[in-house]
Design a binder for this molecule. Structure first.
Ligand code: GLU
Length: 329
């Protein structure tokens, strides 16, 4: 295994809200390949802020699944000491500082609207999770968070919403090229926390990537719209220089064209691992979906590393057929 030679850092950031399946395993595999073929350091971060949806058993399972595939990392969850530092639920203090800074700069405001998105802000939004544009109902309604609390009759907490400036956000994606957005026009002000200091995904991911000096973010392209919001947060927190390079990968999809999910069949990695299937068969299949192998080839992760070429990764969604997995048996 080559040791990192540059100060380039990427991360594997699973959310323990569900099992690792073929779709997210492929994203992690490509992250690993992009890193290992270029001497990039890999950190592992557990994104467990979404308390009601966190399934504790999936934390260790994700680690076991990745290790079974041969995906390793350099920092985070390598020893007991750094588990704390790399687990989001242990990092509330650092998020609090960021929230206080945004309050001081008057860049966020309390919002009492009851919307599905307020309930779901702790997780990264994936396909179908994006809400319609926020009309700005609470923009200039409350003088303080406490005022907003008083205005809620039911037993729930106000959220903090980011006041989007009406400006374009531009970045050059490593897979998809130039991207131009304007969150104020597309989705409107977005939620960054629930309760006074309950940081949500958008804020936590920015604060963490900046604090952990992450320079490259590789993830599924269903998170591409979030990048425009996250760029606004980097600017608002005065850490614009820390904006990483983004690579948004086209996703694996089921026959219906939707992001690979349970309803398309059980593609949990732990199932293949527990059945005693060969990890090399699965690596071969994921390599096939990524343009590096023929269907049915078996490959070790180190053999795959020699074939890796970013330009071969298809630019379009890749359809997984249910009978594909028969070759794993
Ligand atoms: N933890 C997020 C997820 O599993 C990934 C977030 C990100 O890469 O920014 O969807």
């Amino acid at each position: 295994m080559s040791f990192p030679t540059k100060s380039t850092i990427t991360r594997l950031a699973p959310s323990p809200t569900g099992a690792l399946h073929m779709g997210n395993a492929r994203t992690f595999l490509i992250t690993w390949l992009l890193a290992r073929t270029r001497g990039v350091k890999i950190i592992f971060r557990m994104e467990d802020l979404d308390h009601p949806r966190v399934k504790p058993e999936t934390k260790q399972e994700a680690i076991d699944d990745l290790r079974w595939l041969g995906i390793d990392w350099d920092e985070g969850f390598t020893n007991d000491d750094d588990i704390k530092r790399y687990t989001q639920s242990n990092r509330t203090e650092i998020y609090k500082q960021a929230i206080d800074k945004l309050i001081k700069k008057k860049l966020i405001y309390p919002c009492i609207c009851t919307r599905k998105e307020i309930e779901n802000i702790r997780s990264a939004p994936h396909e179908g999770d994006y809400s319609p544009k926020y009309p700005g109902t609470c923009r200039d309604k409350f003088l303080s968070f406490e005022d907003a609390e008083k205005a809620i009759i039911e037993d729930r907490l106000p959220a903090w919403r980011f006041r989007c400036p009406n400006e374009e956000t531009v970045f050059c994606d490593g897979f998809q090229g130039k991207q131009i957005g304007n969150p104020a026009k597309s989705n409107g002000d977005f939620i960054i926390a629930r309760g006074k200091y309950g940081a949500g995904y958008q804020l936590a991911v920015v604060v963490d990537d900046a604090e952990m000096n992450v320079t490259e973010v590789i993830r599924g392209d269903d998170l591409l719209p979030c990048t425009h919001w996250q760029i606004l947060l980097y600017k608002a927190l005065d850490i614009e220089k820390k904006i990483p390079k983004y690579f948004h990968l086209p996703l694996l999809v089921g026959p219906d064209g939707k992001r690979l999910a349970k309803r398309h069949g059980d593609t949990r990695i732990s199932i293949y691992r527990k059945r005693g299937y060969s990890p090399n068969k699965l690596i071969g299949l994921l390599a096939y979906y990524s343009g590096f192998a023929d269907f049915g080839e078996e490959l070790s992760i180190n053999e795959l590393q020699k074939r890796f070429n970013i330009n071969k990764i298809p630019k379009h969604k890749i359809t997984v057929k249910s009978k594909d997995e028969n070759i794993l048996k």
